[in-house]
Structure formats: C-alpha cells, structure tokens
Design a protein around this ligand. Sequence first.
Ligand code: WQD
Length: 338
Amino acid sequence: MSVLLTGGAGFIGSHTAVAMIEAGYDVIIADDLSNSSLKVIDRIEAITGTRPAFYRIDVADRAALEPVFQSNRIEGVIHFAGFKSVPESTRIPLKYYRNNLDTALTVLEVMEDYDCSAFVFSSSATVYGETNEAPFVETMPTGSATNPYGTTKLMIEQIVMDACKANEKLSAVLLRYFNPIGAHPSGLIGEAPNGIPNNLMPYITQVAVGQRDHLSVYGDDYPTPDGTGVRDYIHVVDLAEGHVKAMDYALRHTGAEPINLGTGQGSSVLDVVTAFEEASGIPIKREIVARRPGDIAVCYADASKAKRLLNWEAKYDLRDMCAHSWNWQKNNPKGYDD
Ligand code: WQD
C-alpha cells in the first residue's frame, strides 16, 4: 500500500520513512529539499534496503503534486512539509502563514480530487498554548500559540477538522509532538539544523563536537525542581513508530483525532545536560542566562490516548535519546554536508 510523506526527507519525516518501510508500506517522498538533503534518500535505502520513490517538488505547487497522485495509487498522506523555526516565524510571519497553510491546503485538495482519504498531520504540543497546565490532555481547549509557527499548526488542525466534518470519507490523525530528539541508532540519519540551532539537543551536540563554545541555559528561576524549563523529550524513532500506528488507524476510521505523542515524563534542561554528559562522556560547558521569550515553565504529555487508540507508547529513555543524538552528531559533524 502506497503512502505519501510530504517533507519526508526532514528529521521526523526520514525516521518515519524508515519505520513505514519496515512496516511494509510503499513509501513515496515529496520534498523540495529546502531544509534537507538528497543524501537522506540514500541513507533511508542503506538502513532499510529499499529506496523510497522520491519527487523533488514543493507540495504547495498543485501542478507538481498532481502527477505524483496520477502515477501512484496513494492511499494515505503523512504531511510533514512546512517551515518550523519559531524565531524565524516571529520575524517573517507571512512566509510561515503562506507556506504552511498553502502546503496543507493543496495536499488536502489534491487528496480529495484523487479519492485519497487517510491524513496524518505533523502537529505540535505548542497548540496547548500558555494557559493550560501540564500534563496536556487532548480534551483541553487549544490555547493561543505564542508564535506564528505555532499558530499555523493550530490553524491547520482547524482546517483538517472542518474538512473531516464536511467529507465523511476523510480520516485524520493530528499528532501533537512534544520534544523530538535522538536519532536512528545506525547514526545514518538525524537532525541537521541550518545555522545556529534553536533547539536544546542539537545545540548540546554541537557544543560536544566543538562547534559551539557553550550552552546558554534559558532561565533557572522557573517554578520547577531545579529552576530550568521542563519538557517531554521523545525519541524520534518512537515518534516515527507513532506515525505508523496513526496511519494504520486513519486507514480504518473516519473523523479527526488529535493525539499526543510524548512519553508522559518531564525532564529539565539540566536533566538533559546531565544525561548527555553521562551518555557521551563529554562535559558540556553551560551558562545560565535570562529566560527566552515565549517559553513556558513546564510542558509534558498525558500519553494515555495514544496508548488507548493506537496501542503506542514510547520505549526509549532519555539516556538512549542522548546516546543516539551523540552517535549521529559525532559521525556526521556537519550533518549531511560534506
Ligand atoms: C527546550 C528547553 C528552553 C535551547 C520548540 C517549539 C515547538 C517544537 C519543538 C518544532 C526549553 C531550553 C533551549 C537552548 C535552553 N517545534 N533551551 N538553551 O521550545 O520546548 O519547543 O521546539 O518544530 O513548537 O516551540 O524546545 O528545544 O527549543 O527548548 O536552555 O539553547 O530547553 O528554554 O526549556 P521548545 P527547545
């Protein structure tokens, strides 16, 4: 059965491609490589022994996307394609609204035209906003996101829910990711951010490999056990497995289901630094600085709905996530660049 992964060459998309191929799906990747590399396709083949079909296209371009549906009988779509930098989205909001909404709308329209009715969306815990309190449960009202990137996730969730109400054949799972880190245990695929990383784990691994001098810890005066921010870090391979289960579910049901993908465990910034030091044997120089605007104190999932509906739960712990992130970074110090 053929499934299209838009943005399938990215960090989460590539791990999901591996998991989908291993689960027996025929994987088709559409990616414009604006924030990823063609090498990812070779690496997916090296891991699985199967080369996914690959189309280098912008999925917001209907004329480029339609032939993909014409040449393949696509039964489901996992939609990852989109811009994802929180600070850039605050600087250039129109770029984020234009791209993230256009890609989602075009994919949904073309799916309808080609009678493809299973949709899995790459959403985010950011939709819970600032006013709900952790653990975040899917029944909570979604908040107002603190940045345009997060608002695009909220808007697309709404678009998908409305589309499902109007089209009784359409089935969607809205996967609300917590904080994906780690890498494939092979060390062949992983996170390769452009420029200075915004997120904690790639920043730590770049300090470990000597590319950055020290980590800035954004605030130690939060109401948390050690004063630093608490997040629900989840291994990207567990997350990828969640997509396989979500697609299996979407193919058998109708309607729209928001589902958290997290471990249900919170870890502080200093917990992550300590776990990384233990896993890698490398001390991480750090400096406490002011809070980062827009950050909340505590964010972790109630992960019970994923267990109940998808029979999915995370298997890897924080130590594994750190060991695999480090294995990827030390084998690929420049990411996919030579
Ligand atoms: C984690 C913790 C920081 C960097 C963001 C987006 C979210 C999703 C994932 C995806 C926080 C602290 C970080 C650093 C630090 N987006 N930190 N020093 O902010 O929870 O989530 O990424 O595409 O929508 O908002 O993740 O990794 O940036 O931060 O102290 O250099 O690490 O303050 O407590 P966040 P993060």
